[in-house]
Design a protein around this ligand. Structure first.
Ligand code: ADP
Ligand code: MG
Length: 251
């Protein structure tokens, strides 16, 4: 038997009606690897990322985390339980933070560990404080999201995802909605995770960040992976004209 990668995407396809958004995507990510996905708007990057944790289930193909198939076909009830279970292993960070506005930072971070993992209030609080300290925001623990800057909100969103102790983190343009001066503080948190060998799949428009943090870069266009390779190759010496065209506009 061949060794199973940490994250495996096999023959992934997704259509919305007649629109084929993903066409036969194959991707493997090893434990501790950091993969960047780049490509023009509308190329299917978010759809692919959202397929990994079943937010946008694939039309066909398979998604695996280690030896567990995430997009298993199951009767409704079993499917719900299965998805709740596997999502605990997959942290996701969105462009627009998606914090719960009516909960404090503490409430945002402790909710899932309490509800899904059954942690006590004390244990969840301790976890929240640890994760907040890690992203440098312990002093904001009792603040509401509306009183935080965009960069702080995104760091809280990262702390919230980390509090579930996920096996893999997905980032969908985590810094695209931020004012330029707030991008670096979020990038620093992601760099710190990289140093800790967190497995990450990062959709980004920031080519410098991708080049400095990621082990591999995938260039997607119109629902296909046009090419992939180490940043040194993709950014400096890409094989395909479509990649060169894209990079000309974004480097
Ligand atoms: P990207 O993240 O690379 O910008 P997306 O994955 O968001 O691209 O979108 C890929 C394509 O799928 C786009 O053409 C988009 O309009 C389409 N799309 C995404 N979500 C939906 C949806 N829920 N219904 C219909 N079309 C969608
Ligand atoms: Mg997107």
């Amino acid at each position: 038997m061949t060794k199973q990668a940490f994250v495996t995407i096999k023959n992934a396809a997704k259509s919305y009606g007649k629109l084929e958004v993903l066409k036969d995507i194959n991707l493997t990510v090893e434990r501790g690897q950091i993969v960047a996905i780049i490509g023009p708007s509308g190329s299917g990057k978010s759809t692919l990322l959202r397929a990994i944790n079943e937010l946008d289930p694939l039309s066909s193909g398979e998604v695996w985390l280690e030896d567990v198939q995430i997009n298993k076909k199951l009767p409704h009830r079993q499917y719900e339980a299965h998805v709740n279970q596997v999502r605990q292993n997959i942290g996701m960070v969105f462009q627009h933070f998606n914090l719960f506005p009516h909960l404090t930072v503490r409430g945002n971070i402790t909710l899932a560990p309490r509800m899904l993992k059954g942690l006590s209030e004390d244990a969840a609080n301790k976890l929240a404080e640890e994760q907040l300290a890690k992203v440098g925001l312990l002093e904001k623990v009792d603040e509401y999201p509306s009183r935080l800057s965009g960069g702080q909100k995104q760091r809280v969103a990262i702390a919230r995802a980390l509090a579930m102790e996920p096996k893999v983190m997905l980032f969908d343009e985590a810094t695209s909605a931020l004012d330029p001066e707030l991008v670096e503080e979020v990038n620093l948190v992601m760099k710190q995770l990289a140093e800790e060998h967190m497995t990450m799949i990062i959709v980004t428009h920031e080519m410098d960040f991708a080049a400095s943090v990621c082990d591999r870069v995938l260039f997607m266009d119109q629902g296909v992976v046009v090419e992939e390779g180490p940043p040194s190759v993709i950014f400096k010496n890409p094989e395909h004209e479509r990649t060169r065209n894209f990079l000309r506009k974004h480097l």
